[in-house]
Write a protein of this length. Structure first.
Length: 174
């Protein structure tokens, strides 16, 4: 049995090689399920170790990078577009202070959120199997029409047009 077939059989899902990114996509509902192997002591220990290893490098990041990281975390964990107040809370500052820090780096909160959503939407649209509605849901947007409006504003074309350009149909060679 070829290697790819063994992986497909083991994981019981499509496996793609030479893809533009590494990813495992799970249904959002699965992220909300409690872990049957959860151990609070192990969690606390692992979290402390991660903070010990990553902690010293974090303050060297600018506010834009820290804000973007918090936005990514919140989008992933909540399935919703992050709000300024949420992100500021995650970073331990007030919303006004975060705005001031970002302004000092010549950027805005909404610009960072839009850039994150743009990047994720491009990656998700390259995955042929996802419906536009599913892409909108994974981005935490209210509906497909909201996503279509934003996408047209960002890229000057609809998500369907982008997908057609990003994934041209295979042509027969003679």
């Amino acid at each position: 049995m070829p290697y790819a077939a063994r992986l497909r059989a083991a994981f019981r899902c499509p496996v793609e090689f030479a893809a533009p990114r590494d990813a495992i996509t799970l249904p959002r509902a699965l992220a909300l399920c409690p872990s049957v192997t959860h151990d609070p002591a192990v969690w606390t220990q692992a979290l402390a170790r991660c903070e010990a290893e990553v902690g010293p490098t974090r303050p060297t990041q600018g506010w834009s990078a820290r804000t973007r990281g918090a936005c990514c975390d919140l989008l992933t964990s909540t399935g919703r577009v992050p709000r300024l107040e949420q992100v500021a809370g995650e970073l331990g500052v007030s919303a006004r202070t975060l705005i001031r820090h970002l302004k000092g780096e010549d950027t805005r909160f909404q610009a960072l959120v839009d850039a994150l959503l743009q990047e994720r939407s491009e990656a998700l649209l390259r995955e042929n199997g996802l419906a536009i509605r599913s892409v909108a849901e994974q981005l935490g947007l209210s509906d497909a029409s909201d996503f279509n409006r934003r996408f047209r504003r960002w890229f000057g074309m609809t998500p369907s047009q982008y997908r057609a350009r990003a994934n041209p149909p295979a042509t027969a060679r003679s």
